[in-house]
Design a protein around this ligand. Sequence first.
Ligand SMILES: C[S@@+](CC[C@H](N)C(=O)[O-])C[C@H]1O[C@@H](n2cnc3c(N)ncnc32)[C@H](O)[C@@H]1O
Length: 470
Amino acid sequence: MQMFRHVENVSEWQDLPLRGGVRVGSILAVGVDLPRLLSWGPARTVAARHTRRWAQVFDHLQSSRPGPWSGWTSSYDGRPLPRRQMQDWLRATLERIKALEPRRVLEVGCGAGRIARALAPDVESYLGLDISPAALDALRAGLRADGVRAGHVDLRLGDHEALARLPGSSFDCIVVNSVVQYLPNLSALQTLLDSCGRLLAPFGAVFLGDIRDLRLQEAFAGSLAAYQQPQPLSPGALWIDISRRLIEEPELLVAPGYFAAAAPWAGAVDLQLKPGRTDNELFRFRYDVVLRHGPTPSRPPALVFRGDNAAQALVRALGRAEAPFIRGESFTDLRISPVIEPMSVKRSPRRGGRRPGGFHPARLFSLGARHGYRTVVSPAASHRVDRLDVLFQREASLPGCSGAPAHGVVARGALTQEAMTNMPLAAAALPRLRTAVGERLGGGRPILLVDALRLEKLQRDAPDWLAHVD
Ligand SMILES: C[S@@+](CC[C@H](N)C(=O)[O-])C[C@H]1O[C@@H](n2cnc3c(N)ncnc32)[C@H](O)[C@@H]1O
């Protein structure tokens, strides 16, 4: 089998957003320049349709399968996620929101109201916004069934852009839970964050929950590929499977480093992993963000323990309650490490049979609770995807808040779409591109459209992988 660094005629297709390609047996893997694809003629119209399409999806879900957990199915086998796991997820989410002491609440993407129905009875005012009329109807019916007085609850049809029409400083708590993934792109997310900054009253907070982690996208895709294929795949076949999943992803994923730099109005930015022993996709591959309006709170210095070798010392310091703030940095995250390792292009050597160091997030939460500390567990600021950071704090003055915007190292200018999010709009434009490539190529040969950067990385790091696929 022959492999070509560049498929001769691909580079000549100046009007198509392509960059090189490789021929692998019967497959032609063609690199797509994703930023160019977004400004390619047929792709431009897709942006306007994106939000409408999600509104139809949620309308359909609500009318075809009403119920509190409709649509919450496993990406692995399509079955509903276990009820107990979903209840753990909701409990953890509600605890985080309630810790913000919400009074005047705005919820963007309130849906059928899992959160609204838990908050509305106890708050001064609640405004829920959603793009799905059916979800809003279901929420109205739910609130009626709960006997919630209607006067302080306002439900409106609208998307994230409708926030621009609300008066400034009107809310002390804004909830955006499990919604960011349906935004079309980075610029929509930035619009949402800018609006939150304007709408928050001083010292208010925004809870952005259930954010899909861009850095873990490949590991997630790899775990799906491994689960869904009856036979173990060769590295090349696995690469092809993962590449297809990545480029066809219709939802928005965001790197944790984005939030601190993108919300300059936030004095404190907390990125948080969920507590609990549950290791499903919601707990593994997603995180929550709390952004607090106002100045950065000052903190006494923390005792710091760094890396897996310091794990036991950290546990001992907690046991002796040695300091009001104890920080752990860059520990292996045992919830995520089992699914990361088999996926990396450059594999790190396995430590044969040894029990891995590090912590499962659940262990850190229970250690904190046992020794009287509040616990915040975050994706590591070191940007290692298999690592976590933890802050234990004795004081309850800022509930669940680490104060320091640990991920604030990214300059605003570095917040490019490619670095911070994937490009769901590109996925929608792929069928047209695939047709155009097929027409030029003729012959009905299978074509794999791949992110050009990913193809270039493979050619650089592991060119032999594709040679073994057929
Ligand atoms: C997965 S549900 C989450 C509902 C609720 N926040 C919760 O956690 O239970 C996502 C909701 O976001 C809504 N949504 C999606 N994109 C939106 C947008 N751009 N603006 C407002 N709502 C949106 C959908 O209609 C859907 O009801």
